[in-house]
Ligand binder design. Structure first.
Ligand SMILES: CC(C)(COP(=O)(O)OP(=O)(O)OC[C@H]1O[C@@H](n2cnc3c(N)ncnc32)[C@H](O)[C@@H]1OP(=O)(O)O)[C@@H](O)C(=O)NCCC(=O)NCCS
Length: 172
């Protein structure tokens, strides 16, 4: 399995993958919007390719953690998708691990997501509100709003309100 940065030539196949993996078009549109965002980090749009087939994709973007007068740049993980035919083979896991590694090397202290409460804890994600972290941008339950530490001690040190980039607000 080749885990690598998405290229311009991949984009059409990634859009197709997103439409196959999710019931609606929201995630495909989100990825399109995030690619246009001035804060977009190309190396955080990652594909899993095997035998010429793009089997999985993950995108991480830059969000903000507002803590009083301070704002910290943090990572936001979404979306993650694997073609239905290739699910449950560990591809999603490879993409999450690589995404976390890349975000850590870019210096982000934390990565946030909304996700399946039974899937993400195996990759070190925990309920964010347990650590004094919150979100006001969207209404979301404690189980789904998760965070993982990328820099040792970051969860002890940082608190405040997480915000996704604006592209997330235009979803339906
Ligand atoms: C969630 C998803 C990315 C996981 O990718 P994957 O390559 O199948 O995951 P892995 O092989 O690394 O891990 C397999 C585990 O994921 C979980 N899992 C896989 N598909 C799942 C699904 N549709 N719903 C809930 N959990 C699922 C299971 O716990 C599974 O473990 P098991 O086989 O022991 O039960 C993939 O199922 C997918 O694209 N789903 C549709 C889109 C989606 O919901 N994305 C996540 C929200 S952003």
């Amino acid at each position: 399995m080749n885990i690598r940065t998405e290229t311009n030539q991949d984009m059409e196949r990634v859009q197709h993958l997103l439409l196959q993996a999710f019931p609606g078009q929201a995630e495909a549109r989100l990825v399109e919007e995030l690619r246009k965002d001035p804060q977009f980090v190309p190396e955080l749009s990652i594909v899993a390719e095997e035998n010429g087939i793009i089997k999985g994709h993950i995108l991480l973007s830059q969000g903000q953690l507002l803590d009083g007068h301070q704002t910290h740049a943090v990572a936001a993980l979404a979306p993650l998708a694997v073609l239905p035919k290739y699910q449950r083979q560990g591809i999603g896991g490879l993409l999450v691990e690589e995404g976390k590694r890349r975000c850590a090397s870019l210096g982000y202290p934390l990565v946030f997501l909304f996700g399946h409460p039974t899937y993400y804890p195996r990759f070190g994600f925990e309920q964010a509100r347990r650590y004094g972290l919150d979100i006001k941008q969207f209404t979301v339950s404690d189980e789904v709003f998760m965070v993982a530490e990328l820099k040792s001690g970051a969860l002890e040190k940082l608190q405040g309100e997480f915000r996704y980039p604006p592209a997330f607000e235009n979803l339906e």
